[in-house]
Design a protein around this ligand. Structure first.
Ligand SMILES: NC(=O)c1ccc[n+]([C@@H]2O[C@H](COP(=O)([O-])OP(=O)(O)OC[C@H]3O[C@@H](n4cnc5c(N)ncnc54)[C@H](O)[C@@H]3O)[C@@H](O)[C@H]2O)c1
Length: 377
Protein backbone atom coordinates (compact mmCIF):
# COMPACT_ATOMS: atom_id res chain seq x y z
CA UNK A 1 0.00 0.00 0.00
CA UNK A 2 1.50 3.42 -0.89
CA UNK A 3 2.62 5.22 2.24
CA UNK A 4 0.42 8.30 1.72
CA UNK A 5 -2.78 6.21 1.65
CA UNK A 6 -2.20 4.87 5.18
CA UNK A 7 -4.38 6.91 7.53
CA UNK A 8 -2.49 8.24 10.53
CA UNK A 9 -5.52 10.15 11.74
CA UNK A 10 -6.82 9.42 15.23
CA UNK A 11 -10.18 7.61 15.12
CA UNK A 12 -12.52 9.57 17.40
CA UNK A 13 -16.08 9.03 18.62
CA UNK A 14 -18.25 11.65 20.32
CA UNK A 15 -20.58 10.64 23.16
CA UNK A 16 -23.40 13.09 23.92
CA UNK A 17 -24.50 15.51 21.20
CA UNK A 18 -25.96 18.38 23.23
CA UNK A 19 -24.50 21.84 23.76
CA UNK A 20 -20.90 20.77 24.40
CA UNK A 21 -20.98 17.59 22.32
CA UNK A 22 -22.07 19.48 19.18
CA UNK A 23 -19.34 22.04 19.80
CA UNK A 24 -16.71 19.26 20.12
CA UNK A 25 -18.17 17.51 17.09
CA UNK A 26 -17.83 20.64 14.94
CA UNK A 27 -14.22 21.09 16.07
CA UNK A 28 -13.06 17.49 15.58
CA UNK A 29 -14.65 17.37 12.13
CA UNK A 30 -12.38 20.28 11.24
CA UNK A 31 -9.17 18.87 12.76
CA UNK A 32 -6.80 17.44 10.16
CA UNK A 33 -5.51 14.67 12.40
CA UNK A 34 -8.94 13.31 13.34
CA UNK A 35 -11.23 10.83 11.65
CA UNK A 36 -14.74 11.00 13.16
CA UNK A 37 -15.97 7.41 13.35
CA UNK A 38 -19.20 7.75 15.29
CA UNK A 39 -21.57 9.79 17.44
CA UNK A 40 -23.54 8.43 20.39
CA UNK A 41 -26.59 10.05 21.94
CA UNK A 42 -29.55 8.90 24.02
CA UNK A 43 -32.01 10.83 21.79
CA UNK A 44 -32.92 9.06 18.55
CA UNK A 45 -34.27 12.04 16.59
CA UNK A 46 -31.01 13.90 17.22
CA UNK A 47 -29.07 10.96 15.82
CA UNK A 48 -31.35 10.83 12.75
CA UNK A 49 -30.76 14.53 12.04
CA UNK A 50 -27.01 14.21 12.56
CA UNK A 51 -26.78 11.19 10.29
CA UNK A 52 -28.91 12.85 7.62
CA UNK A 53 -27.07 16.18 7.51
CA UNK A 54 -23.48 15.24 8.40
CA UNK A 55 -23.27 11.62 7.27
CA UNK A 56 -21.83 10.66 10.68
CA UNK A 57 -22.35 7.06 11.82
CA UNK A 58 -24.63 7.21 14.83
CA UNK A 59 -25.19 4.86 17.78
CA UNK A 60 -27.59 4.77 20.73
CA UNK A 61 -25.01 3.41 23.17
CA UNK A 62 -21.30 3.78 23.80
CA UNK A 63 -20.94 -0.02 23.81
CA UNK A 64 -22.39 -0.27 20.28
CA UNK A 65 -20.01 2.40 18.98
CA UNK A 66 -16.99 0.79 20.66
CA UNK A 67 -17.87 -2.59 19.14
CA UNK A 68 -18.64 -1.40 15.61
CA UNK A 69 -16.71 1.81 14.96
CA UNK A 70 -13.63 0.88 17.02
CA UNK A 71 -12.56 4.42 18.01
CA UNK A 72 -9.12 5.00 19.53
CA UNK A 73 -10.48 7.91 21.54
CA UNK A 74 -13.82 9.23 22.73
CA UNK A 75 -15.01 12.69 23.72
CA UNK A 76 -17.63 12.38 26.47
CA UNK A 77 -20.06 15.30 26.78
CA UNK A 78 -23.08 13.82 28.53
CA UNK A 79 -24.72 15.04 31.76
CA UNK A 80 -22.13 14.94 34.56
CA UNK A 81 -23.90 12.21 36.53
CA UNK A 82 -23.34 9.79 33.63
CA UNK A 83 -19.59 10.46 33.20
CA UNK A 84 -18.27 7.85 35.66
CA UNK A 85 -19.85 4.80 34.00
CA UNK A 86 -19.14 5.97 30.44
CA UNK A 87 -15.51 6.87 31.18
CA UNK A 88 -14.94 3.51 32.89
CA UNK A 89 -16.41 1.60 29.95
CA UNK A 90 -14.20 3.49 27.50
CA UNK A 91 -11.00 3.09 29.54
CA UNK A 92 -11.65 -0.62 30.10
CA UNK A 93 -11.93 -0.97 26.32
CA UNK A 94 -8.47 0.57 25.93
CA UNK A 95 -9.76 3.87 24.53
CA UNK A 96 -8.30 7.32 25.29
CA UNK A 97 -10.83 9.66 26.94
CA UNK A 98 -11.53 13.36 26.86
CA UNK A 99 -14.37 13.98 29.35
CA UNK A 100 -16.26 17.18 30.02
CA UNK A 101 -15.97 18.77 33.47
CA UNK A 102 -16.48 18.06 36.29
CA UNK A 103 -15.04 14.57 35.87
CA UNK A 104 -17.52 12.77 38.17
CA UNK A 105 -19.75 13.48 41.16
CA UNK A 106 -17.45 11.61 43.58
CA UNK A 107 -13.77 12.32 44.05
CA UNK A 108 -13.09 8.68 44.97
CA UNK A 109 -14.58 7.59 41.65
CA UNK A 110 -12.52 10.17 39.77
CA UNK A 111 -9.34 9.00 41.52
CA UNK A 112 -10.12 5.38 40.61
CA UNK A 113 -10.60 6.41 36.96
CA UNK A 114 -7.32 8.34 37.04
CA UNK A 115 -5.58 5.19 38.33
CA UNK A 116 -7.24 3.06 35.65
CA UNK A 117 -6.13 5.44 32.88
CA UNK A 118 -2.60 5.43 34.27
CA UNK A 119 -2.49 1.61 34.50
CA UNK A 120 -3.63 1.31 30.89
CA UNK A 121 -1.33 4.10 29.65
CA UNK A 122 -4.26 6.00 28.15
CA UNK A 123 -4.50 9.74 27.58
CA UNK A 124 -7.25 10.95 29.91
CA UNK A 125 -8.13 14.65 29.86
CA UNK A 126 -10.93 16.81 31.32
CA UNK A 127 -12.51 19.84 29.62
CA UNK A 128 -11.31 22.60 31.92
CA UNK A 129 -10.84 24.92 28.96
CA UNK A 130 -9.73 27.95 31.00
CA UNK A 131 -6.28 26.40 31.21
CA UNK A 132 -6.07 26.91 27.44
CA UNK A 133 -6.86 30.64 27.65
CA UNK A 134 -3.70 32.70 27.16
CA UNK A 135 -4.38 35.21 29.96
CA UNK A 136 -4.91 32.46 32.54
CA UNK A 137 -1.79 30.70 31.23
CA UNK A 138 0.12 33.96 31.67
CA UNK A 139 -1.01 34.06 35.33
CA UNK A 140 0.47 30.59 35.82
CA UNK A 141 3.72 31.61 34.12
CA UNK A 142 4.06 34.71 36.31
CA UNK A 143 3.28 32.77 39.51
CA UNK A 144 5.83 30.07 38.64
CA UNK A 145 8.40 32.82 38.02
CA UNK A 146 7.63 34.29 41.47
CA UNK A 147 6.66 37.62 39.88
CA UNK A 148 4.31 38.69 42.70
CA UNK A 149 6.27 36.98 45.47
CA UNK A 150 4.38 34.88 47.98
CA UNK A 151 0.66 34.75 47.17
CA UNK A 152 -1.33 35.83 50.24
CA UNK A 153 -4.91 36.04 48.98
CA UNK A 154 -6.96 35.08 45.92
CA UNK A 155 -10.47 36.08 44.87
CA UNK A 156 -11.88 33.62 42.32
CA UNK A 157 -15.15 34.61 40.65
CA UNK A 158 -17.58 33.47 37.97
CA UNK A 159 -20.94 35.00 37.07
CA UNK A 160 -23.43 34.45 34.30
CA UNK A 161 -27.08 34.07 33.28
CA UNK A 162 -27.85 30.32 33.20
CA UNK A 163 -30.91 30.05 35.48
CA UNK A 164 -33.07 33.19 35.56
CA UNK A 165 -36.43 31.70 36.48
CA UNK A 166 -37.88 28.78 38.41
CA UNK A 167 -38.14 25.93 35.96
CA UNK A 168 -36.92 22.37 36.07
CA UNK A 169 -37.04 19.30 33.98
CA UNK A 170 -33.43 18.95 32.77
CA UNK A 171 -30.43 17.30 34.37
CA UNK A 172 -29.04 20.81 35.08
CA UNK A 173 -31.80 21.51 37.58
CA UNK A 174 -30.94 18.51 39.80
CA UNK A 175 -27.84 18.20 41.92
CA UNK A 176 -28.07 14.39 41.87
CA UNK A 177 -27.45 14.36 38.11
CA UNK A 178 -24.69 16.96 38.24
CA UNK A 179 -26.76 20.13 37.92
CA UNK A 180 -26.21 23.31 39.87
CA UNK A 181 -23.91 26.30 40.06
CA UNK A 182 -21.23 24.44 42.06
CA UNK A 183 -20.76 21.65 39.51
CA UNK A 184 -21.45 23.67 36.41
CA UNK A 185 -19.88 27.07 37.13
CA UNK A 186 -17.77 27.00 40.32
CA UNK A 187 -15.81 23.98 39.06
CA UNK A 188 -14.07 26.31 36.57
CA UNK A 189 -12.57 28.90 38.97
CA UNK A 190 -11.88 26.09 41.48
CA UNK A 191 -9.87 24.23 38.87
CA UNK A 192 -7.91 27.41 38.06
CA UNK A 193 -7.18 27.93 41.77
CA UNK A 194 -6.10 24.30 42.09
CA UNK A 195 -3.80 24.73 39.07
CA UNK A 196 -2.24 27.86 40.53
CA UNK A 197 -1.99 26.92 44.22
CA UNK A 198 -2.57 23.18 44.64
CA UNK A 199 -5.09 21.67 47.04
CA UNK A 200 -6.31 23.63 50.10
CA UNK A 201 -5.98 22.33 53.66
CA UNK A 202 -9.55 23.17 54.59
CA UNK A 203 -12.75 24.74 53.37
CA UNK A 204 -14.84 27.07 55.55
CA UNK A 205 -17.84 29.37 55.47
CA UNK A 206 -19.38 27.65 52.45
CA UNK A 207 -22.80 28.81 51.29
CA UNK A 208 -24.84 27.01 48.62
CA UNK A 209 -27.93 29.11 48.00
CA UNK A 210 -30.85 28.49 45.74
CA UNK A 211 -32.27 31.56 43.98
CA UNK A 212 -34.60 29.86 41.47
CA UNK A 213 -33.68 26.16 41.46
CA UNK A 214 -35.70 23.75 43.60
CA UNK A 215 -33.23 20.86 43.64
CA UNK A 216 -29.82 22.51 43.48
CA UNK A 217 -27.76 25.64 44.13
CA UNK A 218 -27.63 28.86 42.10
CA UNK A 219 -24.87 30.67 44.00
CA UNK A 220 -21.76 29.46 45.81
CA UNK A 221 -19.51 31.24 48.31
CA UNK A 222 -16.64 29.64 50.18
CA UNK A 223 -13.23 30.22 51.72
CA UNK A 224 -10.39 27.82 50.94
CA UNK A 225 -7.58 27.80 53.46
CA UNK A 226 -3.94 27.07 52.63
CA UNK A 227 -0.79 26.92 54.76
CA UNK A 228 0.78 30.20 56.01
CA UNK A 229 -2.52 32.08 56.08
CA UNK A 230 -3.09 32.06 52.32
CA UNK A 231 -6.83 32.16 51.67
CA UNK A 232 -9.02 31.96 48.58
CA UNK A 233 -12.47 33.52 48.46
CA UNK A 234 -14.78 31.91 45.95
CA UNK A 235 -17.78 33.88 44.68
CA UNK A 236 -19.90 32.28 41.94
CA UNK A 237 -23.47 32.92 40.75
CA UNK A 238 -25.13 31.46 37.64
CA UNK A 239 -28.36 33.41 38.13
CA UNK A 240 -26.74 36.76 37.41
CA UNK A 241 -28.21 38.50 34.40
CA UNK A 242 -25.86 41.46 34.74
CA UNK A 243 -23.50 39.31 32.66
CA UNK A 244 -24.39 38.35 29.09
CA UNK A 245 -22.32 35.15 29.23
CA UNK A 246 -20.16 33.28 31.71
CA UNK A 247 -17.42 35.51 33.02
CA UNK A 248 -14.57 34.00 35.06
CA UNK A 249 -11.88 36.04 36.78
CA UNK A 250 -9.11 35.74 39.36
CA UNK A 251 -7.44 38.39 41.51
CA UNK A 252 -4.21 37.28 43.17
CA UNK A 253 -2.47 39.39 45.80
CA UNK A 254 1.15 38.66 46.65
CA UNK A 255 3.96 40.16 48.69
CA UNK A 256 5.44 41.78 45.57
CA UNK A 257 2.39 42.66 43.53
CA UNK A 258 -1.07 41.84 42.30
CA UNK A 259 -2.55 40.09 39.26
CA UNK A 260 -6.10 40.59 37.99
CA UNK A 261 -7.04 38.34 35.06
CA UNK A 262 -10.06 37.36 33.03
CA UNK A 263 -10.55 35.96 29.56
CA UNK A 264 -9.82 39.28 27.91
CA UNK A 265 -6.86 40.77 29.73
CA UNK A 266 -4.30 40.38 32.51
CA UNK A 267 -3.42 43.37 34.66
CA UNK A 268 -0.28 43.08 36.73
CA UNK A 269 0.88 45.49 39.43
CA UNK A 270 4.53 45.07 40.45
CA UNK A 271 6.14 46.82 43.40
CA UNK A 272 9.25 48.90 42.79
CA UNK A 273 11.41 46.24 44.46
CA UNK A 274 9.85 43.31 42.55
CA UNK A 275 12.17 41.63 40.02
CA UNK A 276 10.03 42.38 36.94
CA UNK A 277 9.88 39.52 34.41
CA UNK A 278 10.80 40.33 30.81
CA UNK A 279 8.17 42.55 29.22
CA UNK A 280 6.94 43.87 32.58
CA UNK A 281 7.93 46.95 34.60
CA UNK A 282 7.15 48.24 38.11
CA UNK A 283 3.62 49.66 38.47
CA UNK A 284 0.63 48.55 36.41
CA UNK A 285 1.06 46.48 33.24
CA UNK A 286 -1.77 45.37 30.96
CA UNK A 287 -1.58 42.58 28.39
CA UNK A 288 -4.48 41.51 26.22
CA UNK A 289 -5.56 38.06 25.10
CA UNK A 290 -5.19 39.18 21.49
CA UNK A 291 -1.45 39.70 22.05
CA UNK A 292 -0.90 36.53 24.05
CA UNK A 293 -2.93 33.96 22.13
CA UNK A 294 -1.39 31.43 19.74
CA UNK A 295 -3.55 30.69 16.68
CA UNK A 296 -5.60 27.47 16.48
CA UNK A 297 -6.40 25.57 13.32
CA UNK A 298 -10.17 26.05 13.68
CA UNK A 299 -11.93 28.72 15.74
CA UNK A 300 -15.30 28.05 17.41
CA UNK A 301 -16.64 30.00 20.43
CA UNK A 302 -13.08 30.75 21.60
CA UNK A 303 -9.68 29.31 20.73
CA UNK A 304 -9.55 27.39 24.03
CA UNK A 305 -12.13 24.84 22.90
CA UNK A 306 -10.06 23.90 19.86
CA UNK A 307 -6.74 24.17 21.70
CA UNK A 308 -7.78 21.63 24.34
CA UNK A 309 -8.85 19.09 21.70
CA UNK A 310 -5.72 19.73 19.62
CA UNK A 311 -3.67 18.99 22.74
CA UNK A 312 -5.60 15.77 23.44
CA UNK A 313 -5.24 14.52 19.86
CA UNK A 314 -1.57 15.54 19.62
CA UNK A 315 -0.74 13.51 22.74
CA UNK A 316 -2.45 10.42 21.29
CA UNK A 317 -0.90 10.87 17.85
CA UNK A 318 2.54 11.15 19.45
CA UNK A 319 2.01 7.88 21.34
CA UNK A 320 2.07 9.58 24.73
CA UNK A 321 0.51 7.86 27.74
CA UNK A 322 -0.72 10.87 29.72
CA UNK A 323 -2.57 14.09 28.98
CA UNK A 324 -0.37 17.12 28.37
CA UNK A 325 -2.77 19.29 30.39
CA UNK A 326 -5.91 18.73 32.51
CA UNK A 327 -5.24 15.09 33.39
CA UNK A 328 -7.73 13.06 35.43
CA UNK A 329 -5.70 13.28 38.64
CA UNK A 330 -5.92 17.07 38.83
CA UNK A 331 -9.61 16.96 37.92
CA UNK A 332 -10.19 14.41 40.70
CA UNK A 333 -8.63 16.85 43.16
CA UNK A 334 -10.96 19.58 41.94
CA UNK A 335 -13.83 17.12 42.50
CA UNK A 336 -12.54 16.68 46.05
CA UNK A 337 -12.69 20.45 46.71
CA UNK A 338 -16.27 20.46 45.37
CA UNK A 339 -17.14 17.67 47.83
CA UNK A 340 -15.56 19.60 50.70
CA UNK A 341 -17.64 22.68 49.87
CA UNK A 342 -20.81 20.55 49.86
CA UNK A 343 -19.90 18.98 53.21
CA UNK A 344 -18.99 22.35 54.74
CA UNK A 345 -22.21 24.00 53.48
CA UNK A 346 -24.23 21.14 54.98
CA UNK A 347 -22.52 21.67 58.33
CA UNK A 348 -20.84 18.29 58.14
CA UNK A 349 -17.32 17.65 59.29
CA UNK A 350 -16.14 15.66 56.35
CA UNK A 351 -13.58 12.96 57.21
CA UNK A 352 -11.42 14.42 54.48
CA UNK A 353 -11.45 17.78 56.23
CA UNK A 354 -10.24 16.44 59.54
CA UNK A 355 -11.18 17.94 62.91
CA UNK A 356 -12.30 21.57 62.99
CA UNK A 357 -9.40 24.00 63.35
CA UNK A 358 -9.58 27.15 65.51
CA UNK A 359 -11.43 29.96 63.74
CA UNK A 360 -9.07 31.65 61.34
CA UNK A 361 -9.99 35.21 62.36
CA UNK A 362 -8.51 34.61 65.80
CA UNK A 363 -5.14 33.55 64.49
CA UNK A 364 -2.36 36.12 64.77
CA UNK A 365 0.09 36.22 61.93
CA UNK A 366 2.97 38.42 61.00
CA UNK A 367 3.86 38.77 57.40
CA UNK A 368 4.95 41.22 54.78
CA UNK A 369 1.90 42.18 52.73
CA UNK A 370 1.56 44.08 49.51
CA UNK A 371 0.01 47.21 50.95
CA UNK A 372 1.71 47.36 54.31
CA UNK A 373 5.04 45.71 55.01
CA UNK A 374 5.55 43.54 58.09
CA UNK A 375 2.01 43.78 59.40
CA UNK A 376 0.52 42.13 62.45
CA UNK A 377 -3.06 41.07 61.74
N1 LIG B 1 -16.51 23.22 29.49
C1 LIG B 1 -17.59 23.96 29.51
O1 LIG B 1 -17.53 25.17 29.43
C2 LIG B 1 -18.94 23.31 29.63
C3 LIG B 1 -20.08 24.03 29.27
C4 LIG B 1 -21.30 23.38 29.36
C5 LIG B 1 -21.36 22.07 29.78
N2 LIG B 1 -20.23 21.41 30.13
C6 LIG B 1 -20.28 20.02 30.60
O2 LIG B 1 -20.59 19.20 29.48
C7 LIG B 1 -21.42 18.12 29.86
C8 LIG B 1 -22.68 18.14 29.00
O3 LIG B 1 -23.33 19.39 29.14
P1 LIG B 1 -24.27 19.95 27.96
O4 LIG B 1 -24.55 21.37 28.31
O5 LIG B 1 -23.68 19.66 26.63
O6 LIG B 1 -25.58 19.06 28.19
P2 LIG B 1 -26.80 18.86 27.20
O7 LIG B 1 -27.97 18.53 28.03
O8 LIG B 1 -26.91 20.01 26.24
O9 LIG B 1 -26.38 17.59 26.32
C9 LIG B 1 -26.22 16.29 26.86
C10 LIG B 1 -26.47 15.27 25.75
O10 LIG B 1 -26.10 13.99 26.25
C11 LIG B 1 -27.10 13.04 25.83
N3 LIG B 1 -27.04 11.93 26.76
C12 LIG B 1 -27.51 11.85 28.02
N4 LIG B 1 -27.17 10.67 28.59
C13 LIG B 1 -26.46 9.99 27.66
C14 LIG B 1 -25.83 8.72 27.63
N5 LIG B 1 -25.83 7.92 28.70
N6 LIG B 1 -25.22 8.32 26.48
C15 LIG B 1 -25.19 9.12 25.40
N7 LIG B 1 -25.79 10.34 25.37
C16 LIG B 1 -26.39 10.78 26.49
C17 LIG B 1 -28.40 13.82 25.83
O11 LIG B 1 -29.37 13.23 25.00
C18 LIG B 1 -27.94 15.19 25.30
O12 LIG B 1 -28.01 15.27 23.90
C19 LIG B 1 -21.66 18.29 31.36
O13 LIG B 1 -20.75 17.49 32.07
C20 LIG B 1 -21.37 19.75 31.61
O14 LIG B 1 -20.92 20.03 32.92
C21 LIG B 1 -19.02 21.99 30.05
Amino acid sequence: MPEESVSTRVRVGVVGAGKMGLSHLAIVRALRDVELVGVVDATDYLLDVLNKYTGAQTYSTLEAMLAEARPEAVLIATPTGSHAALVRTALESGVHVFCEKPLTLRAEESLALAALAQDRGLVAQVGYHNRFIATFQEVKRLLDAGAIGEVTHVLAEAYGPVVLQAKGGTWRSKRASGGGCLYDYAAHPLDLVHWYLGAPEAVRGSVLNSIFSADTDDEVYSTLEYPNGLSVHLSVNWSDESYRKMSTSVTLTGTLGRIVADRQEIRVFLRDDAPAPEGYRPGWNIRYTTDLTAPVSFYLRGEEYSAQLESFIAAIAAGERTARQNGFLGAAQTDRIIEWIQADAAGETSPALGPAAPTSVMRIRTRRTLFGRRKTA
